[in-house]
Design a protein around this ligand. Structure first.
Ligand SMILES: C[S@@+](CC[C@H](N)C(=O)[O-])C[C@H]1O[C@@H](n2cnc3c(N)ncnc32)[C@H](O)[C@@H]1O
Length: 250
């Protein structure tokens, strides 16, 4: 009985946490997360990213957006690795895309793919105003066939400095099979949501939202596969909903 009450309480807490847009932190205390946002993230967030974050907050699917602290992390990471040629799978309104575009040099490139163009177009005016839209090639449609073409056409092999994967989690392993050929040796693939709302450690019979339960097993399998893949070095970070960085080594 006590365990059930505890589970219910946990579910309610999670639900409350997710009411705040972009609040995807797995930190134990909301206050601590708020401290990070208010002390280190919001004061340094570029005006354009703030504007896009606020536009996204009014969208019904705002739960999908990359959180502001993760946006800051991606922006920093891309600068640290001097990324120039990048790819993003899963754009939504473009918060992580804008974080990427702002980090790349003037002649940097992002191949951005999403099945939904309408949401991208919500954020596009902000991206244009920020003066970075010329770095983006947006392709509407599922990413997999595009990746298949690029793998077949060997000219794209080893050509990407950074690839951010943030769409259909049930396909991450299939993406990985292709992306490992497309990222250069020394380049990085970032898989988002690899802690999947903390559900990766929840007992199988724990109460979970339907979509969390559906994708959970795929995420757990992905994490095992990445940890066992000798072609990459990995680093699992508890930023946002968990991001696993994979540096290709062979
Ligand atoms: C979590 S959201 C991406 C969030 C985004 N990175 C951001 O910063 O706001 C996932 C996106 O993946 C897109 N998506 C779903 N299946 C896809 C597929 N097969 N290929 C490309 N995009 C897909 C959805 O339309 C959705 O916009």
């Amino acid at each position: 009985m006590a365990a059930t009450n505890q589970d219910e309480q946990q579910t309610t807490t999670q639900a409350l946490r997710h009411q705040e847009v972009g609040h995807k932190s797995l930190l134990q205390s909301d206050e601590l997360y708020q401290y990070i946002l208010e002390t280190s993230v919001y004061p340094r967030e570029p005006e354009s990213m703030k504007e896009l974050r606020e536009i996204t907050a009014n969208h019904p699917w705002n739960i999908m957006t990359t959180s502001a602290d993760e946006g800051q992390f991606l922006n920093m990471l891309l600068k640290l690795i001097n990324a120039k040629n990048t790819m993003e799978i899963g754009v939504y309104t473009g918060y992580s895309l804008l974080a990427t575009a702002l980090a790349l040099p003037e002649d940097g490139k992002i191949l951005a793919m999403d099945i939904n163009k309408e949401n991208y177009e919500l954020g596009l005016p902000v991206i244009q105003k920020a003066g970075v839209a010329h770095k983006i090639e947006f392709r509407e449609g599922p990413a997999m066939p595009v990746l298949d073409q690029m793998v077949e056409d060997k000219t794209f092999h080893g050509s990407y400095d950074f690839i951010f994967v943030d769409a259909d989690k049930d396909n991450y392993i299939n993406y990985h099979k292709r992306l490992i050929d497309l990222v250069k040796i020394g380049g990085v693939i970032g898989y988002d949501n690899t802690l999947w709302n903390g559900s990766v450690v929840a007992p199988a019979d724990a109460p979970m939202r339907k979509y969390v339960r559906y994708y959970r097993d795929f995420v757990i399998e992905l994490n095992k596969a990445l940890a066992a893949d000798p072609r990459i070095e990995i680093c699992q970070l508890p930023v946002g909903d968990g991001i696993t960085l994979c540096r290709r080594v062979s």
